[in-house]
Design a protein around this ligand. Structure first.
Ligand SMILES: [Zn+2]
Length: 577
């Protein structure tokens, strides 16, 4: 009897038509013991919570045993059944069309191939524990392969993955990318730069090493021996996707040349690098082992993504790239972002996480009214929890201690955490009950008590808009000059109440013509009625709107005149000052 352990899988990737955006995949399966085998393409890429239906890009699927053509048929959107009969080995060939530029989708052209593995490799049904070998045959003129996959000694461009979780977590860059390396925290880091750019490798090496050191310092250990950064430099690029021992970053070619652009890049590095702990190892229980065919639901993306966004700022501060003032400014920007999002009064952080698949990743014109980003809300929850813990422990503990303890717990149990386990650990470290905190900020939509929390560290935060009664319409406009249309209507605003709609083309508001931006309504006051001339479905209309007050906050920080010893301890723990 053949057993699963005897099944062997290898892939060969080649490029006959890269200019037309295709990769040719050959998959060999040996050691089969049943008369048919189902092979499947994942439907999503872990880290990006949307069903992307990667099998839509597959074509020319054939299966052979030696020279014998085998019957193969599609039995599901992402599943092919191969009738191998008594044949023990099959050779499968298919092509994948790859023309979507993003960190989580494959892209191939004449200059390079970025292979996002869940959109390239199929797996035999129920056999995710199997290891595999991958051989890459670069297109003529391409000379480099960059990946975190383990190289096979003595075989060029050949790699192994001990199971499919590793294979699917290891993107591959093929082409003529510039590669440099640096050591940090005892780990060899490789940076593969595609697309050129105005970066200084020596400066990047030094600064990226500082980020690595800051992240490693929290957890006390770095779990990798080798780590790969794949960086795609475009005219305007962005975004990142985390993996177990690599990451893919989008960047702007010219961005490195400005101080702001350079810091943005380091922030992205800090964010994605922190993920090698937070979400890849210190992970919600639902996120691994993955179900590659269905949505994987978790209520904890506010920790996995939101806390990572919060720590991005902490690392920038601790590495000396940003000042305490800049740090506080970024956090207040995040707090205002939540407060000024009407949807934050509707959807909790836990709900935002659970519904990532159908809301965050599938936004529409009403998203701002009905949902909150788990990045934004989670960043704020991380900030509040950090200050709550430091306040409760008189500056002796912080969220860092919770993150480290949870990482070690996940490592020893080899399981992800539940929401209850995370809360229990935070309570253990802070020494206080966090039930009220969780019901307000994790599972509820309680207003953010920014004055109280910043006050713990001796920082006074006030709303610069308070009492100003600024007249406000509540719409966003976009479009060509002279033909601007409404793209969003804010819940409970004047426009919402009086019936301006998304899609309305706006000609004038009161006496002011709308040419290329929203008039500022400076000569108006709250309660004034303005006539808005619009065209809806080709019919001109006049809509009377009664202006309401702008509900948005504009938060301004200042140090309190005198700071107590307790506040001083929290501030020291938090910002190091
Ligand atoms: Zn992230």
């Amino acid at each position: 009897m053949a057993t699963k352990a005897q099944v062997k899988i290898d892939y060969e990737l080649s490029f006959t038509e890269p200019q037309a955006h295709y990769v040719d995949v050959q998959m060999n399966i040996a050691g089969l013991s049943k008369p048919y085998v189902d092979v499947k393409m994942p439907v999503w890429a872990p880290g990006s919570y949307l069903v992307r239906e990667f099998s839509k890009n597959v074509e020319g699927f054939t299966a052979k045993a030696g020279n014998k053509q085998l019957k193969a048929e599609k039995v599901k959107k992402n599943t092919w059944r191969i009738y191998n009969g008594t044949e023990k080995s099959v050779r499968i060939n298919y092509s994948v069309y790859a023309f979507e530029v993003s960190v989580r989708t494959a892209f191939i052209d004449a200059s390079h191939a970025f292979l996002s593995p869940t959109g390239i490799f199929m797996y035999p049904d129920n056999q995710l524990a199997l290891g595999s070998t991958v051989k890459v045959i670069p297109y003529k003129g391409w000379s480099k392969v960059s990946t975190a996959l383990e190289p096979v000694a003595g075989k060029q461009f050949t790699y192994t993955a001990k199971d499919f979780d590793i294979l699917f977590d290891s993107p591959i860059e093929v082409g003529n990318q510039d590669v440099f390396e640096f050591m940090a925290a005892g780990v060899k880091h490789e940076v593969a730069m595609y697309g050129g750019g105005k970066y200084d490798p020596a400066r990047l090496k030094a600064d990226m090493a500082k980020v690595v050191d800051q992240a490693t310092a929290i957890y006390g250990e770095n779990p990798n021996q080798r780590y790969t950064f794949i960086v795609h430099n475009f005219a305007r690029g962005g975004g990142g996707l985390e993996h177990l021992n690599s990451t893919v970053l989008g960047a702007s070619r010219d961005g490195y040349a400005t101080e702001e652009g350079y810091k943005d890049f380091l922030s992205l590095v800090a964010h994605e690098y922190h993920h090698l702990w937070n979400v890849k190892r210190l992970r919600p229980v639902a996120l691994g082992p993955f179900d590659y065919e269905n949505e994987n639901y978790t209520t904890n993306l506010w920790i996995a993504e939101g806390f990572t966004a919060y720590y991005e700022n902490k690392f920038m501060l601790r590495a000396g790239f940003e000042s305490p003032d800049e740090f506080a400014g970024k956090l207040l920007f995040a707090v205002s972002g939540v407060i000024n999002t009407p949807g934050a009064k509707v959807q909790s952080a836990a709900e935002a996480s659970f519904d990532a698949w159908i809301k965050y990743y599938r936004p529409n014109e009403n998203s701002n009214n009905t949902s909150v980003s788990y990045y934004n809300k989670g960043e704020v929850v991380g900030l509040l929890l950090d200050l709550e813990i430091s306040h409760a422990t008189k500056g002796t503990k912080s969220l860092d201690d919770v993150m480290k303890a949870m990482y070690l717990q996940c490592k020893s149990t080899r399981k992800g955490y539940t929401d209850a386990e995370f809360k229990t650990m935070a309570e253990k470290i802070s020494g206080i009950s966090l039930s009220d905190f969780w019901s307000k900020y994790v599972n509820g939509v309680h207003p953010i008590e920014y004055a109280k929390y910043f006050g713990y560290a001796g920082i006074k935060v006030e709303d610069g808009n308070a009492g100003k009664n600024i007249p406000y319409l509540g719409i966003a406009l976009r479009g060509p000059e002279g033909h601007m249309s409404i793209t969003a209507v804010s819940r409970n605003s004047a426009a919402w109440v009086d019936g301006l709609n998304v899609g309305d083309e706006v000609f004038s508001i009161g006496a002011e013509l709308v040419i290329d931006k929203l008039p500022e309504l400076q000569d108006k006051k709250v309660g004034d009625v303005v006539t808005v001339k619009i065209k809806r479905d080709f019919i001109e209309q006049e809509i009377k709107v009664t202006l309401k007050a702008n509900p948005n906050v504009s938060l301004v920080p200042s140090m309190e005149a005198s700071i107590s010893a307790d506040q001083r301890q929290v501030l020291k723990k938090w910002m190091g000052i």
